[in-house]
Design a protein around this ligand. Structure first.
Ligand code: SF4
Length: 461
């Protein structure tokens, strides 16, 4: 598959994932609480009924998975620390409520997603209190989707029934890999029986919006045989959606990634290289497609009955930091440490640091660490990147009409730069469209990279 691909293209192994554009490393720390305040008022005044997703970040985990690059704060068993963090979260929610009440706004939250960290490490009492607090700004009963990330090691059928009773209608299991050798190498022992116990028709009925499995490609000791077995098991357990992400290696930030494989700090052995990762991906993809799943964007697969597969067929599917979505919302309000918000044409991110997060809230300020206001060029490029990454093609006429430009003139340097991709058979440019070929699908991020205007100034990690 990688034969005859230009080395200049192959060496772009670290193109951003483009869940947002520009990447958050280009956002400005000059933007803060006041900017977030005005962006929200601007959006909700212009479009009072705009559908919104509320993202809630739950800090802390009880055990460290060595591949992880989520912001978890620390590893702790302490329920007191969790309670303390939840109190901060509630004060952030109260800030939003105060703003909405002051301006007589009733935002149309249509979805909530609980991520982390480990939301399933909260006690049932704390979880109920969290939902109670969320209810102060969200009409839980009328949500179209309320989803949660589930750690199968800390869950049970009873817990799943409890979540259902709290209003949750979609669950996402952190699986990573079913192979015991791979699980050991990433410090996440999770026998398949744990997941099997949490599946079945009774559970599917509780969560009508579907069940997702998160699997990672490129973990230590993964081979073509192990990934095939893992995917066969996925097919047997039959989730509605599978997110098959490449391992994001960033040991500069997540130092514990150096523990992978042998539990000692150092260069992780047995990590599949670039070529092996592509091979693993291809085998997994073929297994899923043969079983009837549809590829929905770069790294997601869904049953044809899933909302995302339907949205893809209708051209409505979207892509954000939470993965592919059915395109029912574009604006996101994030609460909790490090969470992101997309408010109209603005991006914001909360502090990573607990002390700064706490201090901001104490002063009655939104705990914003950095932000970015997208200009017209950002919006155009974001649209091009998102469309290519989601649908593997783009029709120039759509961009011309939407932004009153001529695609070929606007993107002349980019189209020249894509010549290598055409020569290598990764894309075709015809009938005023770019089509990423079957061979090129795995390079979709690299094709998007060509349209990234900020990449020249990318910080060195
Ligand atoms: S992968 Fe999930 S459970 Fe493991 S450390 Fe990261 S957030 Fe926690």
């Amino acid at each position: 598959m990688l034969k005859n691909v230009n080395p200049n293209i192959l060496q772009i192994t670290n193109a951003f994932m483009y869940t947002e554009y520009p990447h958050k490393s280009f956002w400005s720390t000059d933007m803060g609480s006041e900017d977030c305040h005005s962006a929200l008022l601007e959006l909700l005044t212009d479009e009072p009924n705009v559908p919104l997703l509320l993202y809630v970040h739950i800090l802390y985990c009880t055990k460290l998975c060595w591949f992880c690059n989520c912001h978890i704060g620390e590893i702790t068993q302490s329920q007191d620390k969790r309670k303390d963090y939840l109190e901060l979260l509630y004060s952030e929610i109260r800030l939003f409520k105060k703003l909405f009440d002051k301006h007589s706004l009733a935002p149309n939250f249509t979805e909530i997603h609980l991520g982390g960290g480990s939301p399933t490490d909260l006690s049932m009492n704390d979880f109920s209190r969290l939902v109670e607090n969320l209810s102060s700004i969200v009409d839980i009963k009328n949500l179209s989707e309320f989803s949660i990330e589930i750690d199968p090691r800390h869950s049970s059928r009873e817990m799943l029934r409890f979540y259902h009773n709290q209003g949750i209608n979609r669950i996402s299991f952190g699986i990573q890999d079913f192979d015991p050798g791979v699980q050991k190498a990433i410090n996440r022992i999770q026998p398949i029986e744990l997941v099997e116990k949490l599946m079945g028709p009774e559970i599917s009925d509780l969560f009508p919006n579907g069940i997702n499995f998160d699997i990672i490609c490129g973990l230590p000791h993964q081979t073509t045989e192990t990934i095939k077995r893992t995917m066969d098991e996925c097919v047997r357990l039959s989730p509605d959606r599978i997110c098959f992400n490449y391992l994001h290696q960033a040991p500069e930030f997540s130092k514990h990634q150096r523990l992978m494989s042998d539990g000692k700090f150092g260069r992780p052995d047995h990590l599949p290289d670039y070529y092996e990762r592509k091979k693993l991906f291809t085998i997994a993809m073929e297994t899923l497609i043969k079983a009837g799943y549809i590829r929905t964007g770069y790294d997601h697969f869904a049953k044809p009955t899933d909302a995302v597969a339907k949205a893809m067929a209708e051209g409505k599917m979207q892509w954000n930091a939470l993965g592919v979505t059915a395109g029912r919302y574009t604006s996101i309000i994030g609460v909790g440490i490090q969470s992101f918000s997309t408010i109209g044409n603005y991006y914001f991110q909360n502090f990573y640091d607990l002390k700064k997060y706490r201090e901001s809230l104490r002063q009655g300020q939104f705990p914003i660490f950095r932000g970015h206001r997208q200009n017209q060029d950002d919006l155009i490029r974001r649209d091009v990147i998102q469309t290519l990454r989601s649908f593997f093609s783009i029709d120039f006429r759509c961009i011309d009409e939407k932004y009153a430009i001529n695609f070929e003139e606007y993107f002349d340097p980019e189209l020249v730069a894509l010549d290598d991709y055409v020569r290598d058979g990764l894309i075709e440019i015809k009938d005023r469209s770019i089509i990423i070929t079957e061979k090129g699908h795995q390079f979709a991020n690299t094709v998007c990279y060509v349209f990234d205007k900020y990449k020249k100034n990318r910080p060195k990690f």
